[in-house]
Write a protein that binds this ligand. Structure first.
Ligand SMILES: N[C@@H](CCC(=O)N[C@@H](CS)C(=O)NCC(=O)O)C(=O)O
Length: 341
């Protein structure tokens, strides 16, 4: 009797393991999202140009549009999104706990995050870390920050890079740590520190929201690589592909000259690449588990990469960022998407 009982226990445990294992392997975010009828996006709590809510609580910005683009591709409705504002510390637990389907929140692609928390589907914005100071301080280079208090937000790559910078530059490092970047900014405004450090796009966004933006200077040094991009939960390549090709659609559309203003022009599909992008040829939609119009919907409702960039953070916005290294590869930048074919 005894051995049989043991065997039964072992088999039950083995079955549970198989069930658990297959549960992980077959994570079906796409099915869940379809059933819910909305994409749940983890976004910044408030960063001008990238993710900012209006008085009605409606979010807009560069990172928000990437999330809306996923909803357009799937539901032909850029409004089919649920935004969950997350601080830098909260973002990865939210992804791990399955509370969001996409993290679209100025998040740097690093090895540690990739191995511990989820997949990065691409780079949507190439950034680097910098410093901002008050113009009146007279500081014009990061090398003048020796022994001066610096405001740093916890839970960010900024926290690690800035320490490296002071070590390598042989400067005395006086960090003032804050639980998140919002608190760090408040500290800088209150004069707790002589400089604030984060991604340079973040500094430009923070400066744009100051009472007198012109009285703050972003110093010229770029002290790190910050490839920012959307993240998805691990072990779900089907869902990863939906988000990855959403971004690639926007980039390819800009490269091919397809925009929200001409996507419905009957003459736009003048080359095979454009016809494949817009679902007039090939099976890209079917291969992704989506409607063949997936990419035309994105471009019609949200726009191509360049349109989204210019609208939210470009030179004619208060953030005022030139394309720089975020220009297309055909224009000397780093923005490059694999082909739809
Ligand atoms: N790209 C960096 C920094 C991201 C980050 O959190 N930046 C700041 C400002 S650019 C921010 O979003 N702060 C808001 C908060 O901490 O809630 C990272 O992934 O760690």
């Amino acid at each position: 009797m005894k051995p049989i009982k043991q065997l039964q226990i072992v088999s039950a445990a083995a079955l549970t393991c198989v069930a658990l294992y297959s549960g992980t392997a077959a994570a079906a975010t796409l099915d869940d999202v379809r059933e819910r009828g909305a994409v749940r996006c983890g976004v910044n709590t408030g960063l001008a140009g990238f993710a900012k809510a209006n008085s009605l609580g409606e979010y807009s910005g560069f990172d928000i549009d990437i999330c809306r683009a996923v909803a357009s591709a799937l539901f032909n409705d850029s409004e089919a999104v649920e935004m969950l504002p997350l601080s830098s510390v909260e973002r990865f637990p939210a992804l791990q706990q399955g509370r969001i389907d996409v993290l679209s929140r100025n998040t740097t692609w690093t090895l540690e995050r990739n191995t511990l928390f989820g997949e990065f589907v691409g780079t949507s914005f190439y950034d680097g870390q910098g410093f901002m100071v008050n113009k009146q301080s007279g500081i014009r280079s990061a090398l003048e920050l020796d022994n001066r208090p610096i405001c740093v937000g916890r839970g960010t790559t900024s926290e690690l890079n800035v320490a490296d910078f002071f070590t390598v530059s042989d400067l005395r490092y006086v960090p003032i740590f804050f639980e998140n970047e919002a608190a760090s900014l408040a500290g800088y405004i209150d004069g707790d520190c002589q400089a604030i450090t984060t991604d340079r796009s973040g500094l430009a966004a923070q400066r744009s929201a100051m009472n007198v933006p012109n009285s703050h200077v972003i110093l010229p040094e770029v002290i790190s690589k910050e490839p920012l991009g959307p993240m998805v939960p691990p072990n779900d390549s089907e869902w990863g592909n939906v988000v990855r090709w959403t971004l690639n659609c926007m980039i390819n559309a800009e490269e091919l000259g397809v925009s929200s203003t001409n996507v419905d022009n009957p003459n736009v599909g003048s080359t095979p690449s454009i016809r494949r992008l817009l679902g007039q040829e090939g099976l890209a939609g079917q291969q992704l588990g989506m409607n063949e119009q997936w990419c035309s919907r994105i471009i019609r409702q949200v726009g191509n990469y360049g349109e989204v960039y210019d609208k939210h953070v470009g030179e004619n916005t208060p953030i005022g960022l030139s394309r720089g290294i975020n220009a297309l590869w055909t224009e000397g930048g780093l923005i490059y998407a694999p082909p739809v074919r």
